[in-house]
Write a protein that binds this ligand. Structure first.
Ligand code: FDM
Length: 213
């Protein structure tokens, strides 16, 4: 009899724009690969799908949409990835994800949409096993190269997004990562949390499709 592989962990990095998530996802993936953990990565929005292309048009301001319409597209973009993510995790591969439902909520709440309304379309999505919130003062992000190129890169808006991430994190077991430190230090911190999660979950149990429920 062949035993099914231990399932992979869904590891999520969240945070405001330019907190270093993309760099940290790449470093984490490289580190886990070196440790011989099967691992892949994914980012939301996934701009490669039909829905993702509409989102990309919106983010680059080529396309205008109602706040609620774009919110639903971001959610649809997560739902369309569920089966692929499930398959990958069940094969025993960890997935490191750059943004997910919390971004969906934080950015829409920052526009003034009600929290409950924003959470509803994502109810029942796959729940992450570990959430790392990369956090730093917005003034640091605003000094990075290329700031302001996309629709949401405005200081007042990002302050509201950050505050919503903080509110969300108080009700969940998220790890707060101080992102204003140098890249290797942040990486070491993230890797420690992830290794602890991997060690803790000798049997991670079934996947939970109960996000926000
Ligand atoms: N964003 C991202 C949302 O507004 N809602 C979402 O559900 C998600 C996943 O899209 F400004 C925003 C957050 C950010 C932009 O930028 C995507 P990056 O650079 O690809 O993370």
């Amino acid at each position: 009899m062949t035993l099914a592989p231990r399932r992979g962990l869904f590891i999520l990095l969240e945070g405001c724009d330019r907190t270093g998530k993309t760099t940290q996802v790449a470093l984490l993936k490289e580190a886990l690969s070196k440790l011989e953990h099967p691992v892949t990565s994914k980012r939301f929005p996934d701009r490669s799908t039909t829905v993702g292309k509409a989102i990309d048009g919106y983010l680059s301001s080529a396309l205008n949409l109602e706040d609620r319409a774009i919110h639903l597209l971001f959610s649809a973009n997560r739902w369309e990835a569920v089966q692929e993510m499930k398959r990958t995790l069940m094969e025993g591969t960890h997935i490191i994800v750059d943004r997910y439902s919390a971004s969906g909520i934080a950015y829409s709440v920052a526009k003034g949409l009600p929290l409950d309304w924003c959470r509803d379309p994502d109810r029942g999505l796959l729940r992450p096993d570990l959430v790392l919130l990369l956090d730093q003062p917005i003034s640091i992000a605003a000094n990075r190269d290329g700031w302001g190129e996309e629709r949401y890169e405005r200081v007042d808006f990002q302050e509201r997004v950050r505050s919503c991430f903080h509110d969300l994190s108080t009700h969940q077991d998220w790890k707060l990562i101080e992102a204003a430190r140098d890249i290797p230090t942040v990486h070491t911190d993230i890797l420690r949390h992830v290794q602890e999660a991997i060690q803790r979950s000798s049997d991670p149990g079934p996947l939970s499709f109960d996000l926000w429920q």
